[in-house]
Design a protein around this ligand. Structure first.
Ligand code: AKB
Length: 312
């Protein structure tokens, strides 16, 4: 049985990943860590600042981890507002985690993002291997992180694996500080207020994925036969690409009176404009069988149902 340690376990992905891994591998085999304590904790937990390399190493050793999933990071908009802090946390945390994996011979996962692409990257059906000259601090961190993970595999033989996530949509833990977060907020506001003001402009396409597909992708990649992996890190994965009018139209199929207007945020819009409209996930499909179950309408049905149960 696996023994998995997760950093950033109270974040948007981390909080659901912990639940999914505990269902799959058993509660006692999954150690959640985060700088803040969770509101409710139903399994092993340790407080950990990922900048504290020694404590990270000690916690992994005491737990007997064989896998480290490093999820702690600042997202794109927060990183853009505090670039130096983002560099220190995103890169410092990652290199500390990779060192723990190297020293203790752990399998390793960390997410990259569509943010690793930039304005000169081909915008449509963006290939797996292509130009990456991002114009944001988050993007710089993500490209450097992809390269660092490849380096730890090639130089030290660490079993590093990773995907480039698109915007992730979930009803469990709200995201914080991302550019794609409008596509989460819109569902909450549709249920609570019947209207939404989008900070992302009409016609701005970005890739997205529903959280259950993202969690399954992590498990499938970590379980994949290494002999079949030509790439190891930074696999393009996506389930859909839409712009604000299309998600609003999908919501109106169930809430016909839903209204949307715009108050565009220049910082997040500039980030969105620098990212692809849609990416090509064929390498992930071919090398480890990546598959997403939810398209926009299927996700809308589930999001509205789950949020109605939660919020109302
Ligand atoms: C963000 O918007 O910053 C993230 C991402 C796409 O990496 N959701």
């Amino acid at each position: 049985m696996k023994k998995i340690m997760i950093t950033g376990a109270c974040g948007q992905i981390g909080s659901e990943l912990v639940m999914k891994l505990r269902e799959t591998y058993g509660t006692e085999n999954v150690l959640a860590t985060d700088i803040r304590k969770p509101a409710v904790q139903k399994g092993p937990f340790e407080t950990l600042d990922v900048m504290d390399a020694k404590r990270m190493n000690d916690i992994a050793k005491d737990f007997g981890a064989d896998t480290l999933m490093h999820m702690a990071a600042l997202l794109s908009a927060t990183a853009e507002n505090n670039p130096l802090f983002a560099w220190n946390l995103n890169m410092g945390g990652l290199v500390n985690a990779l060192e723990v994996a190297r020293e203790q011979n752990l399998q390793f996962f960390t997410p990259s993002s569509i943010g690793a692409f930039g304005p000169s990257t081909p915008k449509n059906n963006t290939p797996q291997d292509t130009l990456q000259r991002p114009s944001t601090m988050y993007g710089v961190n993500k490209v450097a992180g992809e390269l660092l993970c490849d380096y730890y595999f090639q130089r030290f033989g660490v079993d590093t694996r990773g995907v480039r996530f698109p915007g992730l949509i979930s009803y469990v833990t709200p995201p914080g500080g991302g550019t794609t977060d409008y596509a989460v907020d819109i569902y909450y506001k549709a249920i609570t207020e019947g209207k939404y003001t989008s900070y992302i402009a009409k016609d701005s396409y970005m890739d997205m994925m529903y959280m259950p597909d993202a969690l399954q992708a992590i498990i499938d990649l970590m379980e994949a036969d290494p002999a079949k992996l030509i790439h190891r890190n930074a696999f393009n994965v996506t389930a859909m690409s839409f712009e604000p009018e299309e998600i609003a139209a999908s919501i109106r199929k169930h809430l016909p009176n839903f209204e949307m207007d715009y108050d565009v945020d220049p910082v997040r819009q500039a980030i969105a404009d620098s990212w692809p409209d849609s990416i090509d996930a064929s390498a992930a499909k071919e090398e480890w069988g990546f598959k997403a179950k939810y398209d926009l309408d299927a996700m809308t049905v589930d999001m509205l149902k789950k949020l109605q149960e939660k919020v109302i």
